[in-house]
Design a protein around this ligand. Sequence first.
Ligand SMILES: O=C(CO)COP(=O)(O)O
Length: 254
Amino acid sequence: MNKLRRPVIAGNWKMFKTRDEALQFIYAINQEVPEASAVESIICANDVLLRCLVKRQGENLKIGAQNMHFEENGAFTGETSPLVLETTGVTYVIIGHSERRAMFNETDETVNLKLKSAIKHDLTPIVCVGESLEVRENGTTDDVVKQQVVKAYDGVGADEALKSIIAYEPIWAIGTGKTATPEQAEETIKAIRNVLVSLYGNDVASKVRILYGGSVNPKNVDVLLQQENIDGALVGGASLDPMSFLTLVKAAVK
Ligand SMILES: O=C(CO)COP(=O)(O)O
């Protein structure tokens, strides 16, 4: 791993786990999670579970949300305010996950508004980008992903960008068991870092963490994390089992 950038392993539980299952998971790993100074370990859970997880999180495990509204309050039935996340003790939030883009009308514009709002509320945004299989096959991955990054960071200053994390998740690799090869992931993540260079210069670009997501598991995590530009992983299925999640976290501090 590049020791200049602290690695991040974030579990995205999606709409899995009951309250009891979530608490069992936290109790099982709290004492085992490596020091936060060596790896940022995060569980992003369903909104209803956030409060009880925050109360029981250990020093080295942080809790994140999977989405939020960009407004602090208003007539937005069913939405979650960033202010509520902040005051609940949540410290991370996933923004623009492809499932939300595909099923819940998330757009590059709302991703941009949410990114700015999250930073304003001291939430570390994990900004998701990634291409469809069609885009991968027609060879325009870099263009599509670059555009997503440019639009997400429109009007975002360097100091704010430094507080954000990017997750590159090719849609065709999510939940399919088809991981991008380490070379494919590295190539696209390098292209994302180059966008940051053009937006903010070398120094900022070299400090922003960029994660890979899409069928990451304990077997493939090492080779992915060995890539120069991959600073960690955003993990769905393999984050649901406590021992599997711990293996991933420990792989990041090897
Ligand atoms: O969508 C993902 C994480 O946000 C990836 O999910 P899987 O790890 O289950 O492929």
